[in-house]
Write a protein that binds this ligand. Structure first.
Ligand code: AMP
Length: 311
């Protein structure tokens, strides 16, 4: 069975939303991605944590059969930490503190068994590390990439990010990030600028308003699943990407039709992730839960046939 490799942050998060507050919970782009993708396909994780990272969290990865051979545990040093909060507009994350800690000088050497991965996801982390990992994978079939304002706003890391973008198949960014990266206000115009740099698809995440895919084959709008009581949007983007890449890995269908289907799976998985803090909800769901919600989303978004005549 095909596998998906992910590199990205594995973190302690302190998060506050209008609905609650948690400290020292498991976070990180690669964590959310791994649990989301593992619903569909085996996951291989590349990253690093400090000696302070609890055995309990490692057990959660193992319980979902996430391969941890590429997760380095550093004896001296602390795990990456992110502190953030949200107001009632859950689409806007406010970063209060980012501590790279063990990631600051992390130089991974991919285990031999990782280098033949066909599906690769460069989750949010310093672009130099994304590039380093990508260069160690032999012949990937489909590579996805995410980033954020923290890396786009710094000219040095942005320059490396632009190098990585040229080498990937799909770029995942939210609407604010794609505007910041390209300097173009309109997201369709911005997406075309990124397509001109090489990728086949640009997937623009719009939080509770869903996601838009832009490729040379067309544009596709995937609705988000409407929820009455989201609790914590942290990790929604990574869970969307995990559902997307996990499904693509399972189906092997990287055509435009396959990409559109994967987007719907991404939306469904992300909708579960935001129903609780940290990775709690992702750990609790099964593929059957995903399938049932996919069917509901299909009904919610089907358009009726047109009735107007053309006079
Ligand atoms: P998302 O809400 O999907 O954009 O991702 C949230 C996760 O990204 C959190 O769990 C954080 O630990 C992690 N994160 C926040 N800032 C960074 C950063 N600069 N680099 C890598 N990961 C980050």
């Amino acid at each position: 069975m095909a596998e998906v490799l992910v590199v990205g942050s594995v973190a302690f998060d302190n998060v506050e939303t209008p609905f609650g507050k948690v400290d020292d919970v498991l976070g990180g782009a690669a964590s959310y991605f791994s649990f989301a993708a593992s619903l569909f396909a085996p996951v291989k994780l590349v990253g690093t944590v400090g000696a302070d990272f609890p055995e309990e969290f490692l057990g959660w990865f193992r319980s979902k059969k996430v391969d941890l051979e590429g997760l380095q545990r550093q004896k001296d040093g602390s795990t990456f930490r992110w502190v953030g909060d949200y107001g009632y507009d859950l689409n806007v994350a406010n970063t209060i503190d980012t501590q790279l800690n063990v990631f600051a000088d992390f130089k991974p050497k991919l285990p031999e068994s990782y280098r033949d991965a066909e599906f690769v996801y460069l989750a949010n982390i310093m672009p130099a590390l994304q590039l380093d990992v990508l260069e160690q994978v032999r012949k990937p079939k489909f590579v996805g990439l995410d980033s954020m304002n923290f890396w786009i706003g710094n000219p040095d890391t942005k320059a490396i990010l632009s190098e990585v973008i040229k080498k990937v198949d799909a770029v995942f960014m939210n609407d604010a990030e794609i505007r910041q990266y390209t300097g173009s206000y309109n997201i369709l115009v911005a997406a075309r600028e990124i397509l001109d740099q090489g990728p086949r698809a640009v997937l623009i995440k719009k939080g509770e308003h869903g996601a838009v895919a832009v490729s040379r084959d067309g544009v596709f709008v995937a609705s988000a699943f409407p929820l009455e009581s989201p609790q914590d949007p942290t990790g929604a983007g990574d869970s969307f990407a995990g559902g997307f890449m996990g499904h693509l890995t399972q189906s092997g269908d990287t055509s435009w039709a396959g990409i559109k289907r994967a987007m719907a799976y991404g939306s469904v998985v992300a909708s579960f992730a935001v129903e609780d803090f940290s990775v709690r909800r992702l750990l609790a769901i099964t593929l059957d839960d995903v399938r049932n919600r996919y069917a509901e989303l299909q009904k919610l978004t089907a358009l009726e046939a047109q009735l107007l005549s053309s006079t």
